[in-house]
Design a protein around this ligand. Structure first.
Ligand SMILES: [Zn+2]
Length: 61
């Protein structure tokens, strides 16, 4: 089976912090791009690389 990673949907980082205690339920925070929200994604290595590339491109304009 292919290995998957739980990563930030914005920048592809796996420096994800789980935040509990919210009324809305579980929330996640990315330490790298300061994304904050209920959604993280489970991606394989190829998809993680793709997200990172897209993020880099967007950042560079
Ligand atoms: Zn991020």
């Amino acid at each position: 089976m292919e290995k998957t990673f739980r990563v930030c949907p914005r920048c592809g980082s796996n420096s994800i912090e789980e935040i509990f205690g919210s009324i809305m339920g579980q929330k996640y925070k990315c330490k790298d791009c300061s994304y904050e929200g209920p959604l993280i994604i489970e991606a394989n290595k190829e998809l993680v690389e793709e997200i990172k590339e897209n993020y880099k491109k967007r950042k560079e304009g």
